[in-house]
Design a protein around this ligand. Structure first.
Ligand code: 3Y8
Ligand code: NAP
Length: 251
């Protein structure tokens, strides 16, 4: 069976994988949800928008005769990843996830770990603080019950409606970010607390390293559960998997 790959993208690792596959001239396409106005250009054919749940994805896999699925979505894209596990099981399509290990505390880190986004919002009850809320746009409403704080928001696109905070600054800026840049940002806005997803990878880590160097506390949001699937954390491991996952490539 000649490979015809579907990459579920939207991360730095997905971009690196797409580049490696394009260099090998493998037949592949990369899929995005269509969350942002100007996604990073990819060197592969791109599709954008939901598939329509598990059934929609299963139909897509059959209609496009997809031979393998590589789920390179973000660790918090739990619904997409769960749908990929179900649709690939239903259609018998080999699936591998390209993910990145969770960040681990280092000496000097002052983290308060919370299980999910609502728990992060609950952790913000109390006297007014100056908070870097760099969790994107989709969950800002969860933090509305604590309007006493100043919020420094970081968004990929200009907000379509006013964020639900009386005292905030909204920065339109996409990553990957740098430790120096995030340290300067925190100093300029007198930030005294950072709220972050445990995204893993390099693209979002800058604020964690900057917080440590400034001795600031971090509310760290643990990842959502994702059903069991084969996982690797390197592009090379995906290429090796493709060579041995039931194709006529290299075996
Ligand atoms: C649409 C497509 C690449 C990919 C770059 C990575 C790194 C920069 C850091 C902060 C944290 C945050 C957010 C973030 C980072 C990378 C990676 C990563 C965090 C793009 C992209 C898409 C999205 C969607 C967007 C979410 C938002 C989350 C901003 C592309 C740029 C906060 C996650 O406005 C919205 O609707 C934005 C939604 C999902 C989380 C949220 O809840 O709002 N990512 N981000 C993908 C699609 O349509 O399918 O342009 O490439 C990708 C990247 N964002 O190739 O260089 O790999 O993690 N993305 C988080 O980690 O907390 C910013 O500000 O410090
Ligand atoms: P999610 O909550 O897991 O997915 C919700 C729905 O969005 C999915 O059921 C699917 O719709 C659609 N979808 C998600 N990713 C898709 C993709 N790559 N291609 C096609 N449809 C997709 O996902 P999310 O957290 O909103 O993440 C959306 C995208 O942003 C993903 O590409 C992810 O990699 C990227 N991203 C997310 C974060 C984050 O913090 N969540 C951070 C960085 C990048 P249907 O059910 O209709 O198929």
């Amino acid at each position: 069976m000649t490979p015809n790959l579907l990459i579920l993208g939207g991360t730095t690792e997905a971009t690196a994988l797409c580049k490696a596959l394009a260099e090998r001239e493998m037949r592949a396409q990369v899929s995005l949800a269509g969350r942002v106005e100007r996604p990073v250009r990819q060197p592969l054919p791109m599709r954008s928008g939901g598939f329509g749940g598990v059934e929609g994805l299963a139909r897509f896999l059959k209609a496009e005769a997809i031979s393998h699925v590589i789920d390179a979505t973000h660790p918090f894209a739990a619904r997409m990843s769960a749908n990929a596990v179900a649709a690939c099981a239903e259609t018998g399509t080999p699936l591998v996830a390209l993910t990145r290990p969770a960040w681990q505390r280092k000496a000097g880190d002052d983290w308060q770990s919370v299980p999910d986004i609502p728990a992060a919002a609950e952790a913000l009850a109390g006297p007014a603080r100056r908070i870097l809320l760099a969790v994107g746009r989709m969950h800002l409403a969860d933090f509305a019950p604590n309007p006493q704080h100043f919020y420094l928001l970081r968004l990929v696109d200009p907000p379509k409606e006013r964020p639900p905070f009386p005292d905030h600054v909204a920065l339109v800026s996409r990553g990957p970010f740098t430790e120096e840049g995030d340290r300067a940002l925190m100093r300029a806005h007198r930030i005294d607390l950072v709220v972050s997803k445990n995204s893993g990878g390099q693209g979002a880590y800058a604020k964690i390293a900057a917080a440590r160097s400034l001795g600031l506390p971090v509310v760290m949001i643990d990842r959502p559960e994702i059903p069991a699937r084969h996982e690797v954390s390197e592009v090379a491991a995906v290429l090796d998997w493709l060579d041995h996952a039931g194709t006529d490539l290299g075996v």
